[in-house]
Design a protein around this ligand. Structure first.
Ligand code: ATP
Ligand code: MG
Length: 732
């Protein structure tokens, strides 16, 4: 329940209370997960207002997400007993954008400046590079963009970048291009995301009177999730706090998980250096989780070197609880089924869905769970991201597939005709539309007629697309939809577009595309798949109400749930291969911190799972259980699906290797990774029988006429006969 009235201090333990009541001077709260850091910060905010130390507009509070800002606002309001208005409360970016509107002219912008999205940023940079005569094939723009963002993260304007830093890119021209890009942005009265922080620190550095004004105005500074700040954010904070030094940062070095976005854990050390005599508060009692969960998290994170070191003990009164479960499963589908079943039974037992979360390492993993949840009718939301089939790259790929199935699908064609860029300008697009309207023909036909009249580049590119569409459509019958889908993503240049993109999100998008191909493999035909997706999307009502949460581990920072599912603990997925390749041991350590963040989100139940096989392009590939599983304390976890069981089952069921399902034709490798072998068994057979009466959510009642692996032919009473997924059927 939200705290209210004057008892808010009584709801703190002595150390927390001290942290709240030390209002003057620098304070650094370094403490483990669930020790009440965020609660302290919120209470401190309210306390400043309650005691009349500050007006609402005199406190600056930084949270990591907008959602966290909303929550903090609500809690502060609850303690105050009235809505808190006019607060400087938000993320670094939102706060900086607000400040910059007031000083835009000092960096050559007007207060109406536009913040560019990543697409526009890239377009602009390419123009700049083009104008400078850079060969974009040799020096792709995304590489330079990434470099510019890194410089911005470190507070470096083009002028501040030293020649030594300007190394191999385009023969040492990165700095000059950076400067040209900035001047272009200025001409257009625009800035990019990284500029928000950078411009404000430049304003403060160059205009002491402006800084002095802000120093007078914002008398207290509060920062949550401090371990994930980058250097420019640190400079900004230091400038804002330099005169009064009333700054309170809370963080946990073990939860630093954003180094890939420029976060610098060293900011914790910088703080103690730049703010000598800072009061360092340690909180040790965890009020969130049960003892087994804490023990599992502590044991795991102890495998990291170079930690600042903290003690964490259970502070809840009811800290006894179930052991952490580690469930070994056959494959990701079975994993999704297990999670779905447990959620269903939890709900039957009166648990709220809002108290349940599934935390994945990589975005593509949500698909299997989403589909399962829809089948079970369990409402969910994807926090900090989009549902799988709503993601831009999936929508694009789906548009390519739709145009194969349905040439008259103008919406689909419009989406892909210039994605990736084929040099079609506005005029060409307009002519295409006009022609289609005048003749009453689909856009794709209009495009065909238009091709000869285009200039060389778009003529060639559009021509290739149209030929491709014809070829891929023919391929459907010959090579099958899975191969065609993979081919078309390559041949159309779509995959390359994302490969060339150096933004941190791009690799995840490529993984999503692979997952899409996997999903296609679960269907007999393209039409069947498209129908399925339509069904999935339709299910997507926007109603509020009790929903469970699906999100990445990164998005889960700071949150808590009664029950947390942590699927996909396999080498390569978690720890993620990319993190290991790029970061080596450091990369693995960051992954381990991510695991620590994941486990410590749970209040009462943590269910980790690992699948022995993942299907790639219709083939099984064996996976090795995550090393993190070996790093959990054996006496605090309960394994389900043990190795001995796996062996017994293999012995009993030689049919596993020859099995009825075509997919099983390849013998699954038995995993030799110590204790964590998963049970080896065939996927369950289709439960439906010919002649049986069934119910389908969309098509109603019908009778089964044929069954195979996981598809069923049904003669529907009120609709044409169809082939549907068995998982969409129920027994009436
Ligand atoms: P994280 O590192 O995950 O961000 P945190 O340190 O910010 O965690 P909080 O989210 O503030 O921790 O607190 C964890 C949980 O413990 C919350 O549910 C909070 O309400 C509760 N809590 C914090 N302090 C106390 C206390 N003194 N008594 C009872 N419950 C508390
Ligand atoms: Mg917190």
């Amino acid at each position: 329940p939200p705290s209210s009235g004057d008892d808010y201090l009584a709801r703190l333990n002595p150390e927390q209370r001290e942290a709240v009541e030390t209002l003057d001077g620098p304070v650094l709260i370094l403490a483990g997960a669930g020790t009440g850091k965020t609660r302290v910060l919120t209470t401190r905010f309210a306390h400043l207002l309650k005691t009349g130390r500050a007006w609402p507009g005199q406190v600056l509070a930084v949270t990591f997400t907008n959602k966290a800002a909303r929550e903090m606002r609500e809690r502060v309001s609850a303690i105050l007993g009235q809505p808190a208005e006019g607060l400087w409360l938000g993320t670094f970016h939102s706060l900086c954008a607000r400040m910059l509107r007031r000083h835009a002219e000092l960096v050559g912008l007007t207060s109406a400046f536009t913040i560019l999205d990543t697409d526009d940023q890239m377009r602009l940079l390419k123009q700049v590079m083009d104008a400078a005569g850079i060969d974009l094939k040799r020096w792709p723009a995304p590489g330079l963009m990434a470099q510019i963002q890194r410089w911005k993260d470190r507070g470096l304007t083009a002028e501040r970048v030293t020649p030594a830093e300007d190394t191999d890119y385009a023969g040492g021209r990165a700095r000059a291009l950076y400067a040209a890009y900035q001047s272009r942005l200025r001409d257009l009265n625009c800035c990019d995301f990284g500029d928000l922080m950078l411009h404000m620190t430049e304003v403060f550095r160059g205009h002491p009177e402006v800084l002095a004004d802000w120093n007078r105005r914002l008398r207290y500074i509060l920062v949550d999730e401090y371990q994930d700040t980058n250097l420019v954010q640190y400079y900004w904070l230091r400038l804002l706090a330099q005169s009064h030094r009333n700054i309170c940062c809370v963080g946990d070095d073990d939860q630093s998980i954003y180094s890939w976005r420029g976060a610098e854990i060293e900011n914790i050390l910088r703080f103690e250096k730049d703010f000598p005599n800072a009061k360092v508060v340690r909180l040790e009692a965890n009020y969130r989780s049960t003892k087994p969960i804490l023990a599992a998290a502590a044991h795991l994170i102890a495998h990291n070197a170079g930690r600042l070191g903290k003690t964490l003990r259970a502070g809840r009164k009811d800290a006894e609880g179930d052991k952490v479960r580690v469930v070994s499963l056959w494959d990701s589908e079975e994993e999704a089924r297990m999670v779905g079943e447990r959620i269903e039974s939890a709900r039957r037992n009166g648990h709220k869905l809002a108290e349940i979360a599934i935390l994945v390492r990589a975005g593509f993993q949500t698909r299997a769970f989403e589909e399962r949840l829809i089948v079970l009718g369990l409402p969910y939301r994807v926090v900090g991201g989009l549902k799988f089939y709503e993601r831009a790259e999936i929508r694009d790929a789906m548009a390519y597939l739709r145009i194969l199935a349905q040439p008259a699908d103008d919406l689909a064609f419009e989406r892909i005709v210039n994605t990736p860029k084929r040099g079609l300008g506005e005029t060409a697009m307009r002519r295409m539309h006009e022609l289609a309207r005048a003749e009453g023909i689909p856009l794709v036909l209009a495009a065909e007629r238009l091709v000869p009249s285009l200039t060389a580049k778009p003529r060639q590119a559009l021509g290739a697309l149209l030929q491709g569409i014809g070829r891929w459509r023919e391929g459907l019958a010959k090579e099958g939809h899975v191969v065609v889908a993979a081919t078309l993503l390559d041949e159309s240049g779509y995959t390359d577009m994302w490969k060339a993109d150096k933004s941190p999100e791009a690799p995840g998008r490529l993984e999503n595309l692979k997952e899409l191909i996997r999903a296609l493999g679960e269907f007999e035909s393209l039409a069947g798949f498209l129908e399925h997706v339509a069904l999935v999307m339709e299910n997507d009502e926007n109603s509020e109400g009790d929903r469970l949460s699906l999100m990445t581990l990164h998005a889960a920072k700071g949150l808590e749930f009664d029950t947390v599912f942590l699927p996909g603990w396999e080498e390569g997925l978690f720890p993620h291969s990319r993190a290991m390749e790029e970061g080596g041991d450091k990369g693995v350590e960051e992954e381990r911190r991510l695991a620590y963040v994941g486990i410590t989100r749970a209040r009462r139940h943590a269910i980790i799972s690992t699948a022995a096989n993942r299907r790639i392009y219709g083939n099984w590939s064996a996976s090795i259980p995550s090393r993190f599983l070996d790093e959990l304390p054996p006496d605090q976890i309960q394994r389900e699906g043990s190795a001995s069981m796996a062996r017994a089952r293999v012995a009993e069921m030689p049919s596993v290797f020859t099995g009825p399902s075509g997919l099983m034709a390849r013998k699954p490798r038995v995993i030799e990774a110590g204790a964590w072998e998963a049970p080896v068994r065939p996927p369950p057979a289709n439960p439906f029988k010919v002649g049986e009466r069934v119910f389908h959510k969309k098509f109603g009642y019908g009778v089964v006429t044929a069954v195979d692996d996981n598809r069923v032919d049904v003669d529907f009473e009120k609709s044409d006969p169809k082939r549907v997924m068995d998982s969409f059927l129920e027994r009436p």
